[in-house]
Design a protein around this ligand. Sequence first.
Ligand code: DGI
Ligand code: FE
Ligand code: FE
Ligand code: FE
Length: 188
Amino acid sequence: AWSREGIVSEVKQQMKTSRFEHVLRVEQCAVRLAEKYGASAEACSLAALLHDYAKEHDVEEMKGIILREGMDPELVHFGSEIMHGPVGAYYAEKKFGITDEEILNAIRQHTIGGIEMSLIGKIIFVADYIEAGRTFKGVEEARELAGKNLDEAAYYKIEKTIIHLVKKEVPIYPGTIYVYNSWIQRKA
Ligand code: DGI
Ligand code: FE
Ligand code: FE
Ligand code: FE
């Protein structure tokens, strides 16, 4: 099996230094949230270390994996931003031998969230958003929410991300809308 150090050095090779440092901050934040909310720190550490594994991979190679593995074919129209979660989960399983579906789903869902998210999934989703290096407007509120209620912090990311995408006038992946709808309907 892979040691943490082995995974860290493998991950480091996949990306520029600034992104690798983001990954380590997500891990730190995820472990803190795991302790607070009673999740496995080891599982959260693994998911965090691997969550952006595929972010800088070749887009054509990612498309090949998505189509060959029978993932949602819509993914290929949305670039690395949307593909790197599902493709990262693929590598977590095939390269790193991870079989824990909660960890795989957390990696898969970390960009858009999910209709069903486990505690680990919510932790990675939120940690990716609030890690200490994030500086966008609203991050302080997201951090405060994360200290009180993980679901509210996750919902905050879902809502703000949609607003952000609309303002930027970029296409929204249908899965992003499905997740938003399911969270807002549950809230009502
Ligand atoms: O990989 P990270 O930069 O750490 O963060 P991420 O995986 O959460 O998000 C990657 C980017 O994807 C982020 O800038 C927001 C963007 N994104 C999220 N949902 C959508 C999206 N981009 C498009 N075009 N459409 C979406 O539905
Ligand atoms: Fe990501
Ligand atoms: Fe992110
Ligand atoms: Fe990330």
